[in-house]
Design a protein around this ligand. Sequence first.
Ligand code: FE
Length: 363
Amino acid sequence: MFQYEMPTKVYFGKDCIAQSGDVLAQFGRKALLVTGRHSAKINGAQQAVTDKLDALGIEWVLFDEVESNPSIETVRRAAEVGRNEQVGCVIAIGGGSPMDAGKVIALLCTNDLDDTALFTGPYCPPLPIIAVPTTSGTGSEVTKVAVLTNPHAGTKQSVGSPLIFPKIAFVDPTFTVGVSRRVTIDTAIDALSHAVEGYLSTGSTPMSDVWAEEAMRFLGIHLDALDQELSYAVREDLMYASTLAGIVIAQTGTTLIHGMGYQLTYYKGLSHGRANGILFPAYMKLMEEAVPDKTAKIWELLDVSGLEEFTEIMKKLMPGTVDLTEEEIELYTKLTMPTSAVKRTSCEVTPDLVKQIYRSLKA
Ligand code: FE
């Protein structure tokens, strides 16, 4: 038995917001726009949304203070705005941070949750969520998870519920055209890790594998050229792959790479994609032994000869090392072990194994 759930209505392609007719009219007379400080204004996404809202006669208020790796405090402040303004929906525009924040803000507009219940539920339905990604990585526009920084737990933590699947995702590759090379690489590797981890997860299903293979195929074609100038057509492929990979993890969850990577982001300030990228080769080495047939298929889909070539590509895209003290390794391992990401990993994960992988990042 397996389940497949993907309730988000996806509009994909250039000018998809302008071409969406009156679909936004069903969510009330006022919307809360949730963005980071700058990028949604520069890449055209905010304008595309407000043009559509204005044309439909829907009022909007803007909360543009979402930081990367958003905090509980920020989402509470934004929800306060949403409640006071009595908005009917939340439109989250940006990379993973504004989209994840938007999901939690929509929950907090309809639920009174303390800092513990925020992560555990139970939840009443949130305000409808509309997601507009402006990077090709997180896939958050089609997932039921939002990751926040939780200082109480000393790491990044997930809010997860089918209730926070966005109602609508407007996926327009145009918004990613100006994304810097560094962010393009980091986010593409995040998308790749979603496809690969989902494919190798103990929660993978025949239906999630369809999207995972397709996502890997679209990412594989461009993997070696991510550090070069990218055409619109390539940007389109990356965004398509990122959304497909999001659909995958909405079914399967993520595994050891994400479980370990969160610590590198929280404590060492590595971007999410970069943290995943530097852990990737060690993970694939484990998977070659644990799930050899699927790993061989991954190499084929990515058009690489095997672990050695893949490691070389990752090292080229993610140069540098992470030097951790034994105390840090001890703490990060303690935080990683109880996560569901570990449970979904297709090999036995012991504290010693996790420590060994963290240590290997030095070399
Ligand atoms: Fe991720």
